[in-house]
Write a protein that binds this ligand. Structure first.
Ligand code: SAM
Ligand code: SF4
Length: 458
């Protein structure tokens, strides 16, 4: 059977669910498949290979996978009738956790691979094409995937993700990550710096360091995330650094100080608290109280007064009472979170919370989620409105939606639109905000500023 178009180039479609670490893994999968002749397509009908990179954090995500696999079965059959083979792969955390279940429910899947074996994809594709039948690789191999992924990455654009740490040893009662992503592991600083230099050489100006617990980073050659950030800040041309997701327990003195010291470290920190009630935090096995969290925020604000916070919240964790929920809403107001990801507790098989006796009824979870989300919309809009009239620096990421418009990112990760030439792409320019919505800021350009830490070295 033919596997490509007339030019012999094969088309690859990757669909990604879940966190930024999955986005990064998807980029890396595309990179390892490029030497086999695969280039991107958006259309399943044209795709010689489809990879669904999945997330297992909530139940809905797994159900979405099975409906997508149902739709793809029809496409795969239609392509087969016209003489085109399609390799269908499921990657990510659902693959890791439910490999056998996927094979049972979707026998038309050819490859199942976990997050730690993405570097083996070319070999798996070859095996699937040769032998047919399911190829399953959900190992936690001894060697790190990073030792096998290409050191040189293609251009990623003005902003890029860079995974520095994976896995988690914290075992929050509700969470599957320690089971699907495995034990905590950090990449050596030299490898991170080399990848960052390569990105910057190709025009990246803002790098977001990724990890399930990024501030637990302890890689060889740096030892802490703070030390790694100082080393990265030395690279000429890096205008901006961010990191996510952090755990409050790993917010050490050096990292807090780095927020005051490093102008490249942007003043928006994603720091999940999950709940404002100590009883719930204990049941979650978070290892911190609401007051511990308040103290960390105070110290960070003392180091960097313009620092804004975003967070993750779970409503309806087993045992959560109305009073606990009220404590969460109170904490949201008190800290003044600028944005948040809000989730309804979703029982995950194999986790302690799923077996806990006091499960919160679905209708109560729904009501609490609505209340929290309404509050967050209000706060996000208030935060965006608070920028109106202020001047700050924006990293221009490319053309805007309308002709003559450019788009960018504020220091606080707000989407920015302004009238201006596309030639400013990749530059940090000074703007003034003149209008705000819940999701973006409209700005006018001021004089382009050559801030030494913000612009490329001449
Ligand atoms: N390591 C990070 C931390 O501890 O804050 C979070 C990583 S987790 C991939 C992202 C978010 O998903 C969590 O912060 C939590 O709010 C949410 N989450 C995890 N398990 C969940 C579950 N069973 N139900 C609902 N939300 C969940
Ligand atoms: Fe999951 Fe908790 Fe680990 Fe975050 S710290 S990944 S929520 S177990």
């Amino acid at each position: 059977m033919s596997t490509g178009d007339t030019k012999g180039t094969k088309r690859l479609l990757i669909r990604t669910w879940g966190c930024q670490m999955n986005v990064y893994d998807s980029e890396r999968m595309a990179e390892v498949l490029a030497p086999l002749g695969f280039s991107a397509t958006e259309s399943p009908e044209d795709a010689d290979m489809v990879i669904l990179n999945t997330c297992h954090i909530r139940e809905k995500a797994a159900e979405k996978l099975y409906s997508e696999l149902g739709r793809l079965r029809v496409v795969k059959d239609a392509r087969a009738e016209s003489g085109h083979a399609t390799v269908l792969a499921v990657a990510g955390c659902v693959a890791q956790a439910e490999g056998a279940e996927i094979a049972r429910r979707a026998p038309h899947v050819d490859l199942v691979l976990g997050p730690q074996t993405i570097h083996r994809l070319p070999e798996m594709v070859a095996r699937a094409s040769r032998a047919g039948g399911l190829v399953l690789d959900t190992d936690f191999p001894e060697e790190s995937k990073f030792d096998h992924l290409p050191a040189h990455r293609p251009a990623q654009g003005v902003t890029a993700f860079l995974t520095v740490q994976e896995g988690c040893d914290k075992f929050c009662a509700f969470c599957v990550v320690p089971y699907t992503r495995g034990a905590e592991a950090s990449r050596p600083a030299a490898a991170v710096l080399a990848e960052a230099r390569g990105l910057v050489a190709q025009g990246t100006r803002e790098i977001t360091l990724l990890g399930q617990n990024v501030n637990a980073y302890h890689g060889e050659g740096a030892g802490t995330l703070a030390a790694l950030l100082y080393q990265l800040a030395e690279i000429p041309g890096i205008a901006r650094l961010r990191y996510m997701t952090s755990h409050p327990r790993d917010m050490d003195d050096a990292l807090i100080a780095a927020h005051g010291d490093l102008p490249q470290l942007m003043p928006m920190l994603h720091l999940p608290v999950q709940s404002g009630a100590d009883g719930v935090l204990a049941a979650m096995n978070r290892g911190h109280t609401a007051d511990d969290f308040r103290r960390i925020v105070d110290r960070l604000r003392a180091a960097r007064p313009d620092l804004a916070f975003s967070s993750d919240f779970i409503v309806g964790h087993p045992g959560e009472s109305d009073a606990d929920h009220a404590a969460t809403l109170a904490l949201v107001r008190e800290i003044g979170f600028a944005s948040a990801y809000t989730f309804k507790y979703s029982p995950r098989p194999g986790t302690p919370a799923a077996r806990a006796p006091y499960q919160v009824p679905e209708a109560v979870k729904d009501a609490r989620l609505r209340e929290l989300q309404a509050l967050m919309v209000e706060q996000q809009l208030a935060f965006n409105n608070s920028r109106i009239g202020a001047q700050f620096e924006v990293l221009i990421t490319g053309p805007g939606r309308h002709p003559g418009q450019i788009a960018g990112r504020s220091p606080w990760l707000q989407a920015v639109h302004a009238e201006g030439p596309e030639t400013l792409t990749g530059q940090v320019v000074r703007v003034e905000a003149i209008a705000a919505s819940a999701n973006s800021l409209h700005c006018v350009l001021k004089e382009p500023q050559q801030h030494p830490s913000e612009q490329h070295a001449a």
